[in-house]
Design a binder for this molecule. Structure first.
Ligand code: GLN
Length: 277
């Protein structure tokens, strides 16, 4: 009886010791990244967990936001943000895996399903209550898309209108403040634009670069307004990578990598390749 108990204790001790050794074994570290669930901290380096310890940075995105992220021909997320985070991962010396999910779920999934999120995500005070942000990497503003023959030409014209937005985005938050307007919320930006073309919504409010991509795609049917113009008066926004709250070591590692990529010209090359092409 006693012997068996000691043997069991010994086995358990070995098992527990094994769990702490993730960083030493690439295979088990990968498995631990896949197994992350619930409230387990994804990036707590001090406990030997998280991307810096296990060598895998699990990144969440919403691949519905060209040119920053879209589903490539091979079915995998592609775009500026994907190339940027892979370059950052390389500098950090970690493997990058990407999880494609709804934009609205990203912030809440940091620290459980994913380690960080990159998704053309604007730094906002509300999000800062839940996550930290890296240094900013891109300036943006909301654009207004309307049918080519629409009479909408100012913020006042949007009052009382049915406006398509991506759920949980800054465009969605702007509509909340427009008098008597209704937000038609979509998970995919392209669905909002298609409903605009079908006459189901009066306007779409979405970030500048995706708006320009759609503007090009449906040139004859839609027109765009720069939200920064006096007619609309929307504020500038800044994109950053969303990080687990309080993980200063991870934030430093990501920011150092971002700074290096900016300094060595990689960042500008990616802008040319994905955004200014
Ligand atoms: N920049 C917007 C936001 O952060 C939209 C991002 C997106 O739709 N991917 O809310």
């Amino acid at each position: 009886m006693k012997k068996a108990a000691i043997a069991l204790l010994f086995t358990l001790t070995l098992a527990i010791a094994g769990c702490g050794n993730k960083a030493e074994d690439a295979d088990s570290s990968k498995k631990s990244a896949d197994d992350k669930t619930g409230s387990e901290s994804a990036a707590n380096t001090e406990n030997g967990e998280g991307p810096l310890a296990d060598g895998v940075l699990n990144v969440g995105t919403n691949a519905e936001f060209p040119p920053f992220e879209f589903v490539g021909d091979d079915g995998e997320p592609d775009g500026f943000d994907m190339a940027l985070i892979k370059a950052i991962g390389e500098k950090m010396g970690v493997e990058v895996t990407v999880e494609n999910m709804e934009f609205d779920s990203l912030v809440a999934s940091i620290g459980s399903k994913i380690d960080v999120a990159i998704a053309g995500m604007t730094i906002t005070d509300e999000r800062k209550n839940m996550v930290d942000f890296s240094d900013e990497y891109y300036e943006a503003v909301q654009y207004v898309i309307v049918p080519a023959d629409s009479e909408i030409a100012s913020a006042a014209d949007l009052e009382g209108k049915n406006i398509g937005v991506q759920l949980g985005t800054t465009g969605d938050f702007i509509v909340e403040d427009i008098k008597d307007a209704t937000a038609a919320q979509y998970n995919k930006a392209v669905d909002a634009v298609n409903d605009l073309r079908n006459g189901r919504v009066d306007a779409v409010i979405i970030d500048k670069n995706p708006a320009q991509v759609f503007g090009e795609q449906f040139k004859d049917e839609i027109k765009l307004f720069d939200g920064e113009s006096a007619e609309f008066g929307f504020e500038k926004e800044y994109y950053a990578i969303a990080l687990p709250k309080g993980d200063e070591e991870l934030a430093k590692s990501v920011n150092d990598a971002l700074a290096e990529i900016k300094a060595d010209g990689t960042f500008d090359e990616l802008v040319k390749q994905y955004i200014e092409n």
